[in-house]
Ligand binder design. Structure first.
Ligand code: ATP
Ligand code: MG
Length: 247
C-alpha cells in the first residue's frame, strides 16, 4: 500500500536476510518488498522470531540484506561500502531501542551530542542542537543528569532526542515501550504522535495492539514475509472482531 502523495523514503524489493548457524540457514527475512513514504507512521507486528528486528536492522543500515534491493532517499544502499553505509546511518537514520542504549558515564546532553561528532558543526553548535533536541522531547530541564539519575521514560526520551538530533529521514524504534510501565509507555507514544504531527517519518516495532493503534499503517510479519499491510483503520485483526484481510 502507499501513503499517496508523500515522497518515497524507503524502497525494499525482495529483500532476504539469511543467517547461517552451523549448517543451518535461517531465512529471517524471506522476500520483503515494501515502500515507505514521507511522514508515514507505521507499526511492524508479528510473533517472536518473525523477523521484526532483522527488518529494522536492515532498514536502519545496522545490517545488510543477503540479497534484494534497498533504496533510502533515492540512494541504492546495496552498492555502498561499509564506511559509506555507516555515514548514511549516521545522517539519515534515527534508531531507538527497547533498552535505551545510553552511555552511563555521560550526561543526557553529551549522550545526545554523540551522533553530531561526525557533523561539520563546531562544539557550540553541537551543544545547541543537542539542547534543542532534548527540549523537543520535553527534557530541557534534565540536560545535566546522567542516565542513572533519570526515570525509564526520561531515559527513553534522551534516546529519542539522540535519534532525532541529526534530523533523520526516518525514525526507527524497536519495541520502544517494551521496558516501560503502561503510563510511561503512553507518554512516550504521545511523544511519537507529536513527532508524527511535526512531519517525522516513523516505523515502530511492537507486540501490543494498543501501541500499534497509535500508528496509521500496520505491517504484520510471519516467518520473514509480510502477511498483512493495511491502513490501521482497516486492520481488523487488531480490533479483535475477525480475520484481517491477508495479502
Ligand atoms: N544473529 C543471528 N544469528 C542467527 N539467527 C538469528 C540472528 N538474529 C536473529 N536470528 C533468527 O532470525 C529470526 C528472526 O529474528 P528477529 O530477531 O528478527 O525476530 P523478532 O520478530 O524481532 O522477534 P522478537 O519479537 O522476539 O524480538 C529468528 O528465527 C531468530 O532466531
Ligand atoms: Mg525483535
Amino acid at each position: 500500500m502507499s501513503a499517496g502523495n508523500g515522497k518515497l523514503i524507503i524502497r525494499l524489493d525482495n529483500v532476504r536476510r539469511i543467517y547461517k548457524v552451523g549448517v543451518e540457514r535461517i531465512h529471517a527475512l524471506d522476500g520483503i518488498s515494501l515502500r515507505l513514504y514521507e511522514n508515514e507512521y507505521v507499526a511492524v507486528m508479528g510473533q517472536s522470531g518473525s523477523g521484526k528486528s532483522t527488518l529494522m536492522n536492515v532498514l536502519g543500515c545496522l545490517d545488510r540484506a543477503s540479497s534484494g534491493y534497498y533504496e533510502l532517499d533515492g540512494q541504492d544502499t546495496t552498492r555502498l561500502s561499509d564506511a559509506e553505509l555507516a555515514r548514511v546511518r549516521n545522517e539519515r537514520i534515527g534508531f531507538v531501542f527497547q533498552s535505551f542504549e545510553l552511555l552511563g558515564q555521560l550526561t543526557a546532553l553529551r549522550n545526545v551530542e554523540i551522533p553530531l561528532i561526525y557533523s561539520r558543526d563546531g562544539w557550540l553548535s553541537r551543544r545547541r542542537r543537542a539542547k534543542k533536541a532534548l527540549e523537543r522531547v520535553g527534557l530541557g530541564g534534565r540536560i545535566k543528569h546522567r542516565p542513572n539519575q533519570l526515570s525509564g521514560g526520561e531515559k527513553q526520551r534522551v534516546a529519542i532526542a539522540r535519534a532525532l538530533v541529526c534530523d533523520p529521514s526516518i525514525l526507527l524504534a524497536d519495541e520502544p515501550t517494551g521496558n516501560l510501565d503502561s503510563k510511561t509507555s503512553e507518554s512516550i507514544l504521545e511523544l511519537f504522535d507529536q513527532l508524527h504531527r511535526e512531519g517525522q517519518t516513523i516505523v515502530m516495532v511492537t507486540h501490543e495492539e494498543h501501541v500499534a493503534k497509535h500508528t496509521k499503517r500496520i505491517i504484520r510479519l510471519e516467518d520473514g514475509h509480510i502477511c498483512s499491510d493495511l491502513a490501521a483503520e482497516d486492520d481488523i485483526i487488531g480490533r479483535g472482531d475477525g480475520e484481517g484481510k491477508m495479502l
